[in-house]
Design a protein around this ligand. Structure first.
Ligand code: FAD
Ligand code: DHB
Length: 402
């Protein structure tokens, strides 16, 4: 098989890239190690930045999101038994966020790709990246029938998440990587209860952080800070509810409770591979960087990466130059480091760290006091949460809604 761009991974990064390339008349093939049902059923992110929402709308894949998603104009920070609202719309000149689950974005992008008669090869294995230093790189893999396949292409884009093979194909000696691991994990639940609050609540508590989010008026998404090495089998539904109550209930207000239909634990890290390009291999999304979820940035960063990359690839084919491609890492890293700082900061001010001294605990509470009492500090949180502008303006082809 031959194509212009071989994409590894059908997460938000890979699917959005193929969609943007298609709108610009550029061919791509996506290979994915899981099944369509799995990628469309995996519960992860919930918060989309204003820029992500705008891009999905501008490229014709935002219709269901606008119908079924929920626009939020702020969040609440809870600590010391009180809630404080951060008003995004007022602090950022009208910007908002959208609560619309990642797997629904995935469904919309898969549907757009299939409607355009472009396939996605699911259930592949043994993926190998070959000749990435040459101008004719190849992807070798085994398809779902057990047959060996080769995709010859001009570019390979590794959108295969943190554990995928793409990043590892760059020689270790050439990779610049920076990482921090946190002693925190998030236990996430999906529960059948009425909506808790019109906006998300990020709660600091000495027993640990808790986050109350939502999916639909009758389905809620909540998270609890736990030990990252803890086993979900240790967490009965009763124990989860009693811990949530202990961390978020306030005088005169109790968290609505109901059946838990899904639960799991994820660990948290900050990671940046600054080498986002090597030869004809480009990395995008979690393949290149991970943020702790407290800032709700991972999916949004993946979309921002491919917004830059798709323009670089278009420029290559249309104008025969690599001006944008040569600066791909540098352009994306500016935003990635801003998101890293914000996600690290949100994580640090909200989670309970057993290793902290009483002094550090005092500083943590003062950070929360500062951000809820200083307009400038609140505006900084709001500006980062709703998302910074894209590094490159939307290209006209991205707006054509083909
Ligand atoms: P992924 O979604 O990981 O996709 C990679 C794809 O590659 C997968 O489908 C995988 O199966 C496939 N793959 C892997 N290996 C191979 C291989 N060898 N061959 C072929 N395919 C392969 N982000 C936000 O912006 N907002 C939020 O509110 C938010 N909340 C979050 C909450 C939680 C609990 C978690 C865990 C994450 C959250 N995130 C959030 C982060 C977000 O989910 C990720 O950043 C996002 O999924 C990254 O997209 P991606 O396409 O880069 O990678
Ligand atoms: C959700 C996830 C996040 O990481 C976050 O910061 C806020 C909300 C969610 O899944 O709804």
């Amino acid at each position: 098989m031959r194509t212009q761009v071989g994409i590894i991974g059908a997460g938000p990064a890979g699917l959005m890239l193929s969609h943007l390339l298609h709108l610009q008349g550029i061919e791509s093939i996506i290979i994915e190690s899981r099944s369509r049902e799995e990628i469309e059923g995996t519960i992860r992110a919930g918060v989309l930045e204003q820029g992500t929402v705008d891009l999905l709308n501008a490229t014709g894949v935002g219709e269901r999101m606008m119908r079924e998603g929920h626009v939020h104009e702020g969040i609440e920070l809870q600590f010391n038994g009180n809630r404080h609202r951060i008003d995004f719309a007022e602090l950022t000149g009208g910007k908002q966020i959208m609560v619309y689950p990642q797997h629904e974005v995935i469904k919309d992008l898969v549907a757009a790709r299939l409607k355009a008669n472009r396939t996605i090869f699911f259930n592949v294995c043994d993926v190998k990246l070959v000749n990435i230093e040459s101008t004719q790189p190849k992807i070798e893999y085994t398809n779902e029938l057990g047959e060996s396949q080769v995709i010859e292409c001009d570019f390979i884009v590794g959108c295969d998440g943190f554990h995928g093979p793409s990043r590892q194909s760059i020689p270790k000696s050439k990779r610049v990587e920076k990482q921090q691991i946190y002693p925190f994990g998030w236990l996430g639940i999906i529960a059948e209860t009425p909506q808790v609050n019109p906006e998300l609540i990020y709660a600091h508590h000495e027993r640990g952080f808790a986050l109350l989010s939502t999916r639909t008026p009758s389905i809620q998404r909540h998270y609890l800070q736990v030990d990252p090495k803890d086993d979900i089998a240790n967490w009965s539904d009763d124990r989860i509810w009693s811990e949530l109550h202990a961390r978020v209930d306030m005088e005169g207000w109790t968290l609505p409770q109901g059946p838990i239909i899904q639960k799991n634990i994820v660990s948290m890290r900050s990671f940046v591979c600054e080498t986002m390009q090597y030869g004809r291999l480009y990395l995008a999304g979690d393949a290149a960087h991970i943020v702790p979820p407290t800032g709700a940035k991972g999916l949004n960063l993946a979309v921002a990466d491919v917004q830059v990359l798709s323009q670089g690839i278009r420029e290559f084919y249309e104008q025969g130059n690599q001006n944008i491609l040569q600066k791909y890492s540098q352009t994306c890293l500016k935003r990635i480091w801003r998101a890293q700082r914000f996600s690290w900061w949100m994580t640090t001010i909200l989670h309970t760290n057993q290793n902290h001294s009483p002094f550090e605990y005092g500083i943590q509470l003062t950070e929360l006091d500062n951000v809820t009492s200083s307009r400038n500090a609140a505006a900084n949180l709001a500006e980062n949460y709703v998302g910074l502008p894209f590094e490159l303006p939307l290209y006209k082809h991205e707006l054509s809604q083909k």
